[in-house]
Design a protein around this ligand. Sequence first.
Ligand SMILES: [Zn+2]
Ligand SMILES: [Zn+2]
Length: 176
Amino acid sequence: MNYDTYGSNAVELAIDLANVDRDDPSWVPAFLDAHAEWFTEGTAVELSDSDIEQVVQTSGLVRDVAMAESEAEVKDRLNALLALASPRPYATDHDGELHLHFARPDAGALEQLTTTVAMGLSQVVVQHGWRRLGVCSAEGCGNVYVDTSRNASRRYCSNTCASRSTVAAYRARQRA
Ligand SMILES: [Zn+2]
Ligand SMILES: [Zn+2]
């Protein structure tokens, strides 16, 4: 899996968006701040209340895609997400290497975010298969992930969850 392209990296933005703590009322501005490198320099990231509602909706849609249990479900949910996107690809070398962006550089923060997330996620699903998306197996986690391992063997959202689960399994064996 080639992970050096913008399209593949953009799926990480989608996964981050799906895994936010939605109980925190100020997660949207915090998320935009933490992911500022995804926006064209100078993009105003202060969103209106209705824009914030849409970011919340997009976060839920990405999660729905990752949690889908069949290709048909993935397709329908991806299309719901893509319906919010306004792709207009353009070539850029802002980081020194020529690559494509999915959103207009002068689009607002909401449009840049929604479009990048929808296109990045779709591209990975279409190229690598919907089974590359999954939900963390660690007890009580529930984060979603994209599996970039060569043999598609990933089960956890993070190394933290993987080692936590290994330790828990070891202790359970000790007790048995
Ligand atoms: Zn770029
Ligand atoms: Zn996890």
